[in-house]
Design a protein around this ligand. Structure first.
Ligand SMILES: N[C@@H](CCC(=O)N[C@@H](CS)C(=O)NCC(=O)O)C(=O)O
Length: 210
């Protein structure tokens, strides 16, 4: 079945799908869209009616939502070991971290982008400090989890791709990077993941590695 991936830079959410496709060894056609040229309009709305990226076209079936795409592809290719089988005990943790990536880690980035537009003053300070306290709780939990294993679910899975990918996005904000850098196991985990051949090939951690 043909597989096409639509994104607009190596740093939008299509990066984690590209990384996963490399880990799975699946051939795909990469489409870089440019919103300033109207690429997210017209025919593209047949693939993603919201005019957003990423999206994939599997055969003639489109799919949106980066986390769902990663989960679906991993389950479709269960034999490649990127997701634990439904009946395995690890599946519970895997599912937890997949949702944690999309609803806890990814939203930190969405929220900081909104908060940083607030004019300097008390409102900005209060909201930023509440957000940074959540970042600390999030990274503390990861640090604690990584005392038991090198990866979130014991062995490397798509949950590591999704969590580390969104954490990498967080690290692009100096305030959040300072918190992440204060967690040695998390920092070593990010470094370990960034050295995987599939991660290097998809260039997702390029700016993380400087
Ligand atoms: N929850 C969606 C978020 C999709 C999304 O918001 N994508 C952004 C870029 S990562 C976008 O396409 N924005 C359109 C634009 O900026 O014109 C996902 O994970 O796929």
């Amino acid at each position: 079945m043909s597989l096409s991936l639509y994104g607009f830079t190596p740093f939008d959410r299509s990066g984690k799908i590209r990384w996963l496709l490399e880990e799975l060894g699946l051939p795909f056609e990469n489409h870089w869209l440019d919103s300033s040229k109207g690429d997210l309009e017209g025919d593209y709305l047949g693939i993603n009616p919201m005019g957003r990226v990423p999206a994939v076209l599997m055969g003639d079936r489109p799919m949106i939502e980066s986390g769902a795409i990663c989960a679906y592809l991993s389950d479709q290719h269960l034999g490649k070991g990127m997701a634990p089988a439904l009946s395995s005990p690890e599946r519970q943790d895997y599912q937890q971290w997949m949702y944690f990536a999309a609803s806890t880690v990814d939203t930190l980035v969405t929220r900081v982008s909104i908060i940083e537009d607030i004019p300097p003053g008390e409102v900005l300070d209060t909201k930023m400090s509440a957000l940074l306290s959540e970042v600390t709780d999030t990274v503390d939990l990861l640090e604690q989890t990584l005392t038991k294993n090198e990866y979130l679910v014991g062995k490397f899975t798509t949950a590591d791709i999704c969590v580390s990918y969104h954490l990498f996005f967080c690290s692009l904000w100096p305030e959040m990077k300072a918190i992440i850098d204060g967690h040695p196991r998390v920092t070593a985990y990010m470094e370990r993941l960034s050295q995987r051949p599939a991660a290097l090939k998809s260039e997702v951690f390029t700016s993380y590695r400087g």
